[in-house]
Design a protein around this ligand. Structure first.
Ligand SMILES: [Zn+2]
Ligand SMILES: [Zn+2]
Length: 555
């Protein structure tokens, strides 16, 4: 942890206040005015130093401030400025620091680790940082800063959920520790953050190669062109609303190419860790000549590249950098509803940067530009759900004898294999037991507590299993050919409209089996059920109107 000390110096009649890592650096910042300078505090942890700096600013303002300055002049400790080791601070090191920080927001100790490994001494680094901050070339922030209403706000994530704990770094007994962004490593009120805005547009952009080894569907092509139009018109925000399985990721590739060619840096962010690896692979294949930096758990934060793929948590590491941010699966956990990640995203965008959000289930307010991809590659409409109003007994009382006949009839037909969704793990276990007892087909279960989950999923994919009972853990990201989907207790609060659209979207994804049944069993027609059905119907209507369905799909 780096402590900071408040200094004041008088140059050309005005009082300048600031923070220093060492009094020896004062000679760098205000050469020649050492006699007109004073240190106002001992070295303090960063958040405290910033708080006191604010107080001192107010104290030394105006005519009264001038009086105080005189009074202070006599009393306060003057730094005995020693001649620095070199005449000027290391300009090469300052350049290197700005290069490392460009477009990033980094804790000081992390920066130290990088520079120490390059052979720089802590004293050199501190001196270059003080110079950079004083010149305004480096932005320095305390770990926490007070909001106007008094709450302490984390400078890294914008969150206010913090615990005051004893701290081994600053020795304080109530150093704040941020609870919201702890997944990126410890962040305390005594941490210091350093940032430099990204370089923006590079002067001489070069052509960027885009290699797609497949052809876009007509619906994808239309959306891709619309995105380019959005970029040219500089509309700021766009929403790509795609049918489940319509392939939205590739639609953004032409736009990414355009932004890179114009010299911008591009971020492709996705909420889920398990998908980001696959996306990195797809981006690498599509942009063979472009350096790509991957940021997700365990990857070095310093990776360089003008195209960046990251999980949404990692956006908290960037600072005013990207001319274009593409955010895939906006509706997925943990991005959905997270104030923190939204804050990080806004900060990662360069001034005038543009944002494209992609989702299968738009929620909340939609931006003025909404681009839809209503049809899948095979040209069949999305399977529309059938809402069956049927009151099931509570799952603790569920027995082979009291299972509704309609469910048994559907599951008994051998035309499809079935993916059955249950709201909770307990319900999942019970339903699997009951179904296994009454059906003449193998029934297995899958939920987040299961050790051999991937083996079960693989068995179902290969067709070795007939009925798989699962929780929402399989609501997205899985592809099973030739299945029907059934949701039991579909009016349970865990089944949001977005989850239900994703669940329905598991059906009919392959060209061989483009259709299949989607049954929602509920005691009452909950709002989420109606909303999900309406979203699917709206996309089908658009696909029909725009002529994106094949003749087989229309019949
Ligand atoms: Zn935080
Ligand atoms: Zn501390």
């Amino acid at each position: 942890m780096q402590r900071l000390q408040i200094f004041v110096c008088k140059s050309s009649g005005a009082l300048n206040l600031g923070l220093l890592r060492s009094p020896e650096h004062l000679a760098d910042l205000a050469p020649g005015c050492e006699q007109e300078a004073a240190l106002l505090t001992p070295p303090l942890p960063s958040s405290q130093a910033y708080r006191e700096l604010e107080l001192w600013r107010r104290r030394l303002q105006g005519p009264l401030g001038r009086l105080r300055w005189r009074f202070l002049d006599r009393r306060v400790h003057r730094p005995r400025v020693q001649p620095p080791e070199r005449d000027t601070p290391d300009a090469g090191l300052l350049m290197r620091i700005k290069e490392v920080l460009a477009g990033r927001i980094v804790a000081e100790h992390r920066l130290h680790r990088v520079l120490r490994s390059e052979g720089y001494w802590p004293s050199q680094i501190g001196r270059a940082l003080d110079t950079g901050v004083f010149k305004g070339e480096i932005i320095q922030m305390p770990g926490f800063a007070p909001a106007p209403w008094g709450e302490q706000i984390c400078s890294r994530c914008g969150g206010s959920e913090a615990r005051a704990l004893p701290c081994r770094h600053c020795g304080s007994l109530d150093c704040l520790l941020c609870q919201s962004c702890s997944s990126l490593g410890e962040h305390r009120s005594c941490s210091t953050l350093l940032a430099v805005p990204g370089p923006g547009c590079v002067a001489r952009p070069e052509p960027v190669e885009l290699a797609l080894d497949f052809e876009l569907t007509p619906a994808q092509k239309e959306a891709s062109l619309e995105l380019l139009d959005f970029w040219e018109k500089r509309q700021g925000r766009a929403l790509v609303w795609a049918a489940c399985g319509a392939g939205k990721t590739e639609v953004a590739f032409a736009l990414i190419q355009r932004a890179l060619e114009e010299g911008h840096e591009v971020l492709f962010a996705i909420p889920r860790q398990d998908i980001v690896r696959e996306v990195v692979q797809r981006l690498r294949t599509a942009f063979p000549g472009t350096e790509l930096a991957a940021h997700f758990g365990g990857q070095p934060w310093l990776a360089s590249g003008r195209l960046v793929a990251a999980t949404t948590h990692q956006v908290l590491r960037f600072y005013r950098r990207f001319g274009l941010v593409v955010l895939d699966e906006v509706d997925a956990f943990p991005y959905q509803g997270s104030e923190m990640l939204r804050y990080g995203l806004e900060r990662a965008l360069a001034p005038n940067g543009q944002l494209v959000e992609m989702t299968a289930t738009p929620a909340g307010r939609r931006p003025p530009r909404v681009i839809t991809i209503p049809a899948r590659h095979h040209g069949f409409p999305l399977p529309e759900p059938e809402i069956v109003l049927e009151k099931l007994p509570p799952w603790v009382e569920l027995k082979p004898g009291n299972l509704p006949v309609s469910i048994l009839e559907a599951l008994g037909s051998t035309a499809h294999r079935w993916l059955v969704f249950a709201p909770t793990i307990a319900a999942c276990e019970t339903i699997q037991r009951v179904l296994a007892a009454v059906l003449q087909r193998p029934v297995v279960r899958c939920h987040s507590k299961l050790e051999n989950r991937s083996a079960v999923v693989e068995d179902f994919r290969c067709g070795r299993l007939d009925v798989l009972v699962t929780t929402t853990v399989l609501e997205r990201g899985v592809n099973f050919p030739g299945i029907g989907v059934m949701v039991l207790y579909a009016d349970h609060s865990v089944f949001s409209a977005s989850a239900l659209v994703q669940i329905a979207g598991r059906v009919g994804r392959s060209a061989e089996t483009p259709t299949g049944p989607v049954l929602f069993f509920a005691a009452r027609p909950a709002a989420a059920l109606r909303e999900a059905a309406a979203m699917i119907a709206e996309l089908n209507k658009q696909a029909r109107e725009r002529g994106l369905l094949s003749s087989a799909g229309l019949s």
